[in-house]
Design a protein around this ligand. Structure first.
Ligand code: IPE
Ligand code: IPE
Ligand code: MG
Length: 260
């Protein structure tokens, strides 16, 4: 059933089935979207929640394994109190209204970031949604909440140091894999694609270790406007990339050009 749907979508959107396994998105531009319409910023966040619904469903239908969404950074706590409060309310509403949809689409919910920073009622709501979707075997949807890439790396270092202290780990045996596994994303597939909306050219403290070799797609489209067609365009862009990882694959054409 799932693959019939996937095949028809690939055909419909002219995709080659060389899709990324783990897409991370910096969902940016909600405020500007609202400002352009002379609306309060929260209206942009509300419209952004509809984009989340659409992209999550599509990612699941296309068989993408993991989708990590930057929903709230540790730095976002610096925003005006009222905006933070409304964002938390929106998150609560999203969790309440979306669990059914997640279950229907076989989506498993997880979070990264410091969940303990969030209001208690949101923590409870999150725990309930995570529990309710734990058995789902389709897309893993990871919400980055009160997330900071540097804080995550710092926590990983602390965890590793504890193991060394307890003599469970020999420092000489620490590898890149040790660090990857100690991060909050340790159990997820490698992030192979980063999308940022609204045209900003920065990482804003997102997945600093994990993005080492990800392909990057930056679009001027603001997050509330980012819907099916934009996601498909981004995926097509990914399928056209040559991933070399520092090597020299696919150079036949260009090499003969240089040799001339
Ligand atoms: C992204 O949109 C959503 C969050 C960071 C919570 P912004 O709120 O950053 O929108 P802009 O960048 O001000 O337009
Ligand atoms: C990054 O967007 C964080 C999220 C999308 C949640 P911001 O709008 O907060 O980042 P800056 O301020 O442009 O770096
Ligand atoms: Mg922003």
């Amino acid at each position: 059933m799932q693959t019939v749907k996937k095949d028809s979508l690939l055909k419909k959107y002219h995709l080659k089935d060389h899709l990324p396994k783990h897409v991370a998105i910096i969902m940016d531009g909600n405020g500007r979207w609202a400002q352009k319409r002379h609306l309060p910023r929260i209206a942009g966040h509300r419209a952004g929640a509809l984009s989340i619904r659409e992209i999550v469903r599509l990612a699941g239908e296309l068989g993408i394994e993991a989708l990590t969404l930057y929903a709230f950074s540790t730095e976002n706590w610096k925003r005006p109190r009222q905006e933070v409060k409304l964002l938390m309310q929106l998150l609560k509403q999203y969790l309440r209204s979306e669990v059914k949809e997640l279950l229907q689409n076989n989506v498993r919910l997880q979070t990264i970031g410091n969940r303990k920073d969030l209001p208690k009622e949101i923590q409870k709501e999150l725990e309930a949604s995570i529990r309710a979707t734990a058995h789902c075997t389709g897309l893993t949807l990871v919400l980055a909440l009160s997330y900071s890439g540097r804080a995550d790396l710092t926590n990983a270092v602390k965890r590793i140091a504890e193991q060394v202290k307890a003599k469970k780990l020999d420092p000489k045996k620490i590898t890149e894999e040790t660090i990857t596994k100690a991060l909050s994303t340790g159990e997820l597939p490698e992030v192979d694609y980063l999308i940022r909306t609204s045209g900003e050219m920065r990482l804003s403290n997102f997945l600093l270790w994990e993005l080492a070799y990800s392909e990057i797609h930056i679009t001027k489209t603001l997050w509330p406007d980012f819907r099916t067609q934009h996601f498909i365009e981004a995926l097509r862009d990914f399928e056209g990339r040559q991933r070399r990882f520092g090597g020299v694959t696919n150079i036949i054409g260009s090499f003969t050009q240089w040799a001339r």
